[in-house]
Design a protein around this ligand. Structure first.
Ligand code: UTP
Length: 298
């Protein structure tokens, strides 16, 4: 059976982006004119995942409202004959089936994923972090879904990062898997290791295709780094389990463009990149960026 459920955790505190995230989830910060979360839901739907579950926390309302209709705004645009903006308002409502469940307390990414147990049931599912943007021109999720359907177990997305930055990420130890150089077997995982203890420069990024056995494992996973229930710790357990019981973790190394919009510098880069590439804004924006950059030399 093809995987068709996506879980998008968006209940973190977003402390790196305060005070903007005091009353707004970081996933609602706009990248040009669309909130980050909409790009992520669009990516899920493009990969054939038409059942989307958002894990929300405080300020759930703005997220829920964004995927709901706004009759008075739509009526006003309709009365003005502004069909272009009307279509843009409706885009997020027409994306598929978006559901919500609440994570009472932000006890970590693993705990957020556990809140999806009832909705997902006993089938493999995808997890997309709501503050992690993958450029839509670069393929990742469909390769991960295809690998999971071939080898079973769970599949995670990996990115090669500069050695000195590995301590900011979950990190993996890997072995080759078949002939495809960018597909690997994951033999060990560790969350944010000190640079000199990192087993590789491969960082875990925010896309996962998980076997439902992860729920049972998460139930038993004790709080780890930062006192949070870490998805990385649950994956470490899964990597050591028998494939017959849903064990086995595999990785797809991503070589494309990716932005962590929960990080201020990466967020700024995402806005500039997306704006530069937009057919409507790009030409004017690029001309301005060139002029601005030339002025920076002074
Ligand atoms: P982060 O570690 O980036 O989120 O989690 P954070 O804790 O909100 O960030 P900072 O460090 O304080 O700025 C990655 C993803 O997991 C979600 C976040 O919303 C984000 O999409 N998350 C994290 C939850 O849903 N619940 C949690 O308890 C923790």
């Amino acid at each position: 059976m093809a995987i068709h459920k996506a879980v998008i955790p968006a209940a973190g505190l977003g402390t790196r982006f305060l005070p903007a995230t005091k009353s707004t989830p970081k996933e609602m910060l706009p990248v040009v004119d669309k909130p980050a979360i909409q790009y992520v839901v669009e990516e899920a739907v493009r990969a054939g995942l038409d059942d989307v579950l958002l894990i929300t926390g405080r300020s759930k309302r703005t997220l829920a409202d964004h995927f709901d209709a706004v009759p008075e705004l739509e009526a006003a645009l309709e009365a003005k004959g502004d069909t272009e903006r009307l279509a843009r308002v409706r885009e997020s409502t027409e994306l598929g089936h978006v559901h919500f469940v609440r994570q009472g307390q932000p006890r970590g990414l693993g705990h957020a994923v556990l809140q999806a147990r009832h909705h997902v049931g006993d089938e493999p599912f995808a997890v997309l972090l709501g503050d992690d943007l993958i450029d839509e021109r670069d393929e990742l999720l469909s390769t991960m879904l295809e690998l999971q359907s071939r080898v079973g177990g769970s599949v995670i997305a990996l990115l090669e990062v500069p050695h000195e930055q590995i301590s900011l990420y979950g990190c993996v130890e890997v072995e080759p898997l078949g002939d495809e150089p960018d597909q690997v077997q994951v033999t060990g995982l560790v969350e944010k290791p000190p640079v000199d203890e990192a087993p590789s420069d491969l960082a875990i990024i925010g896309r996962y295709v998980l076997h439902p056995a992860v729920f049972e494992v998460l139930e038993r996973t004790e709080p780890g780094r930062g006192g949070e229930i870490q998805l990385t710790d649950a994956l470490q357990t899964l990597a050591g389990m028998d494939p017959q019981d849903g064990g086995g973790v595999y990785g797809v190394v991503f070589r494309g463009r990716r932005y962590d919009t929960g990080d201020r510098l990466d967020y700024l880069k995402a806005v500039v990149r997306v704006a530069s590439d937009r057919p409507d804004l790009g030409p004017d924006f690029r001309a301005w960026v060139r002029e601005f950059a030339a002025g920076l030399d002074d």
